[in-house]
Design a protein around this ligand. Structure first.
Ligand code: ATP
Length: 359
């Protein structure tokens, strides 16, 4: 039996981040202890909005060099009521994703056994999607500026950047993901009717890359029409590729349609593996429930499973997700999914299920 050891950086950061990351580490440790096929070693980084308020920096000097030494990063959430969102996002999350070239953001969504979609006729299996979000440029490239600040004639620009290299690499990645899934169906989402430069480049690159994947069926949707299709015909969708902004919006909708934003994970991947990839729940800091111990840890469990798969532990990944889904099916659910359990109770139930199934 192999016993590979992985070094994981944990960055719980803000809001419910520390609560769900603690739950994720508990489940991962229980899995590693039970299966005994791999080892995990966690290093905690206390980078957060509190650190920023004390020191003026989210990431200390040399911080990224330390982070780069790890095999993967488990992230919580960033954002504080008294720090503007664009400061916190650019100070921590994007300050890791962009220099580490985690250009592929993967966001799977499905209706778990034992949970319900708010869509009346949507059953488990009808909604099972993976959204691939371009994660390095596009609308979040940081290009733009403000002139005449505060004056009535103030001007601001926010320029989306689409490079052929950037579009082609995410397109290839998306085709590869679609190809590995049973339906081999990829929907390319753009807004190339109104946005006639960058979005037309997306369409052209998609068409060219498609030639290398003849077994993948491709269809094309405008982003506005895509929202309608997600609600009305969820069963017609499988893998979706879209820009940084479009996919960000679509994936929140996807998570809500699957039952709750508290279950969906997101992986920020550097497919070249030159840098560690980062795994996090899709939700944010959720200040309205911070400190109450009621945050749904399922998104963090699922992202932990995605992390294991990325590290090469596909079997352990599947086993973790099976245990989590069994717990959902048994009705141990947090309030966002209509249940009464708290974070600890769900976590304990997952640990018990891991021991029962694999001990
Ligand atoms: P951000 O701007 O960082 O994305 P946000 O405040 O816009 O954050 P979330 O933090 O994701 O969005 O919260 C949106 C809503 O979903 C809130 O009402 C929050 O309580 C709820 N929510 C988010 N995550 C969870 C979770 N893990 N468990 C239960 N409820 C959650």
């Amino acid at each position: 039996m192999s016993s590979k050891s992985y070094s994981i950086a944990s960055i719980p950061a803000d809001g419910i981040g520390p609560e769900v990351v603690e739950a994720g580490i508990t489940a991962l440790n229980a899995l590693a202890d039970t299966l005994k096929t791999f080892k995990l070693e966690f290093t905690n980084y206390d980078w957060s909005s509190e650190t920023y308020k004390k020191t003026g920096k989210y990431i200390p000097d040399g911080g990224l060099d330390s982070l780069k030494q790890h095999d993967a990063i488990l992230f919580g959430a960033v954002g504080a009521p008294d720090v503007p969102d664009h400061i916190s996002l650019w100070g921590l999350r994007l300050a890791i994703c962009q220099p580490f070239q985690q250009y592929a953001n993967v966001r799977p969504t499905k209706v778990f056994r034992g949970t319900q979609s708010p869509l009346r006729n949507c059953k488990t299996g009808d909604l099972d999607w993976v959204i691939i979000r371009e994660n390095s440029e596009g609308e979040y490239a940081g290009q733009g500026g403000r002139s005449h600040t505060g004056k009535p004639w103030e001007v601001a620009t926010e320029t989306a950047i689409f490079s052929r290299v950037g579009v082609e690499r995410i397109m290839r990645f998306a085709f590869e993901v679609a190809q590995k899934r049973p339906r081999k169906l990829l929907t390319v989402v753009t807004k190339s009717n109104a946005q006639r430069n960058g979005m037309v480049l997306w369409d052209e690159v998609a068409k060219a890359v498609a030639k290398d994947f003849p077994d993948v069926t491709v269809d094309k949707m405008l982003v506005d029409a895509m929202t309608t299709r997600m609600v009305l015909k969820p069963e017609t969708i499988d893998t979706i590729v879209a820009t940084n902004l479009h996919a960000d919006i679509l994936s929140d909708l996807a998570a809500a349609l699957a039952g709750s934003i508290g279950i969906a994970p997101t992986s920020n991947l550097d497919p070249t593996r030159q840098n560690p990839s980062m795994f996090e729940p899709i939700h944010g800091s959720a200040f309205d429930i911070t400190g109450k111990g009621i945050a749904n840890p399922v998104a963090t469990f699922w992202t932990a499973a995605e992390m294991l798969e990325w590290l090469g532990e596909a079997d352990a990944s599947k086993k973790l997700l099976t245990a989590v889904e069994n717990v959902c099916e048994a009705g141990v659910l947090t309030a966002d999914l209509g249940g009464k359990a708290n974070t600890k109770e769900v976590t304990n139930a997952v640990v018990a299920e891991i021991k029962k199934l694999y001990g």
